[in-house]
Design a protein around this ligand. Structure first.
Ligand code: TMO
Length: 315
């Protein structure tokens, strides 16, 4: 009888260890590779997510990456996750990688997105461009002249973000809408040049049209997006359309390398549950662009200010 009991208990010990391993497979100690790009919320969120993964004992590595090429890198297994897949800029690169295999759609954040040209609200209290935010106001030559800068050859200037974000989308749009006689596009070297132009234009009381996006630190801080003709699937020249459309009311998606849930099942489960709102993401950007913190310090502050938010993904 004793023997049977000890055999039985040995069986249960072995069974529970086996079952336990299946239910709570340990994550690999291999670092989880998180990409960093060139806008503030994305970099802060990289460190936020890295901090969350570290809180459950994982190792992480931050990999600076091109924001469109990263989806091919994920598909190939060189990067593990993408935490800010913005539909307008990266939807096509994301679709291509997912369709080729190796990259999984891991769901959307709660936040919706817009990535488009716009201007600071104070411009609407002046005569610089009557009729904004309707895009047809840009057909007025007097408006365009008020947005000229020394580098714009007498035309009104759209200050675009870096060309790596969405290529020639904006030059193509100016042409499609018949605005290219009056307006030109200048690509900024980095996001900081966009914010610097907003400040300089207000000081000089000259026009400023920049590329911007939401969620961002400019949410609720007096920035308005131009109303272009509505977006529809296929309207862009890269998708075979005539280009006469603005940007979509877009998703903000997460993506993973298909090997990631196998090497790091616990972190992958957390990442799948993760969902940030417009105000979460706006705050991540503001800690850097308004409060001038480093990305790492901003992430630490965000994590300590928002424990209840991220602990809900871990539990
Ligand atoms: C991808 N971005 C948020 C800069 O438009």
């Amino acid at each position: 009888m004793r023997k049977i009991i000890s055999l039985l208990s040995a069986f249960f010990v072995v069974a529970s260890i086996t079952l336990g391993t299946a239910a709570y497979a340990a994550d690999s100690k291999k670092p989880i590779r998180i990409p960093t790009h060139n806008w503030s919320s994305q970099i802060v969120m990289a460190y936020v997510i890295g901090g969350i993964f570290e809180s459950i004992g994982n190792n992480v590595e931050y990999v600076p990456a091109d924001s469109n090429a990263v989806y091919e890198a994920i598909r190939q297994g060189d990067v593990d996750i993408s935490h800010e897949v913005w539909q307008s800029a990266f939807g096509k690169s994301f679709d291509n990688a997912r369709d080729a295999g190796g990259l999984l759609d891991w769901g959307d954040h709660e936040a919706r997105t817009l990535e488009d040209m716009g201007f600071p609200n104070w411009i609407m209290d002046t005569d610089l461009c009557p009729g904004l935010p309707d895009w047809t106001a840009l057909k007025n030559p007097d408006c365009a002249a008020n947005f000229a800068t020394p580098d714009s050859g007498g035309k009104g200037r759209w200050l675009e973000g870096p060309q790596s974000w969405h290529g020639d989308l904006m030059p193509q749009r100016l042409e499609a809408l018949g605005l290219d006689d009056l307006w030109m596009v200048k690509f900024a070297g980095g996001a900081d040049a966009l914010w610097a132009d907003l400040a300089a234009a207000e000081k000089e009381q000259r026009g400023s049209i920049i590329f911007n996006w939401t969620p961002n630190f400019t949410d609720g801080a007096g920035f308005t997006f131009i109303d272009f003709p509505p977006y529809y699937d296929g309207c862009r020249p890269v998708d075979g359309g005539d280009g006469k459309c603005g940007s979509p009311d877009g998703y903000l998606k997460k993506a993973v390398y298909e090997g990631f849930p196998k090497t790091h099942p616990q972190a992958a489960e957390i990442f799948k549950k993760m969902s940030f709102t417009t105000s979460h993401i706006g705050a991540m950007a503001a800690l850097v662009d308004t409060d001038k913190m480093t990305h790492e310090d901003a992430a630490k502050k965000w994590l300590s200010d928002n424990e209840s938010v991220w602990k809900a993904f871990v539990n």
